[in-house]
Design a protein around this ligand. Sequence first.
Ligand code: SF4
Ligand code: SF4
Length: 342
Amino acid sequence: MKRTIFGKTGLSVSPIAFGGIPIMRLSTPEAVKVVKEALDLGINFIDTATGYADSQVKIGEAIRGLPRKDLVLATKSMANDKKTILEHIDNSLKQMKTDYIDIYQLHNVSSKEKFDAIFAKDGAFEGLMLAVKQGKIRFPGFSAHVMEFAVKMIKTDKFFSVQIPYNFIDKQAEEEVLPLAKKMNLGIIAMKPLGGGLLDDANLCFKFLFKDDGIVPDPGIEKPGQMKEIVDIFNKAEKLTKADLAEMEKIKKETSKSWCHRCDYCQPCPQGIGISTVLLVKSFIKRMNAEKAVAMVSEVVKKVESCTECGECIKRCPYSLDIPNLLKENRLVWKEYVKKNS
Ligand code: SF4
Ligand code: SF4
């Protein structure tokens, strides 16, 4: 498979990365099989996170014995402080059975509190820099769901890569993040290329993403054959047709009343409800294993009971979502799921 240069890291990567979320749901032999299948197809770029249960361990198992120099490994940590991120980095090295990580990302820098904590004295950024000095990581990067903070992070000029949600529905990155990241020559990873598992038409999703060769999507893979399907779409290099554009518009329209872009402009909710997490329960259900999903989501969904329907969030949502009703709907979906999995 052809390679592309990943921004100012200079790393030569496949134009598609392997996203490490859904392998949490697989047994180790199954996970190893799908990672190896991707590698056999020419994928050399693997992206995961410390927060994705045992994803790093399974990746470590899959790449054991392979020439390290041919691989580009990226992972992330939610840590805000230096001590914790250094522990996470050591743990990533151990779990992936390697002595360096190519790209270590600060995971989801999407609030002022997180931004300030990272750059405070003894914050996570100091830890990243120390790990670079020690040769444990090569390039610091970050991921963000809120574009305002992605821009803020890029403008610090301290990072080599940015990872943001990008698909034909979540296109907020086109306004400022993508042009700025390209201008500053950052490597760009498009997370949620299939809308976090909520968009079914892989052909449409990847034709949209492959129109721009400066962006590397990292689809989460959990079944043999899935990566091959995406690589085939890439190899065909078909341009978007009028019919594709019409289909995208149709899907956009159909989902416009319920699609949460996770921008968090609806916050703060006076009741402390994690609105975007609740509105995305179907995505959590689809991509995570039940244990992890329950640990991450149950408490957040429980808070929906305290919604007073004050409507403050609706006023702030740029997409005019009927948040109180969507919260109720998603709570029901969640209850059913928990019932089935308990
Ligand atoms: S309507 Fe409910 S979710 Fe929205 S701000 Fe009010 S209490 Fe929070
Ligand atoms: S509900 Fe609206 S404002 Fe809140 S995260 Fe979703 S899209 Fe953004």
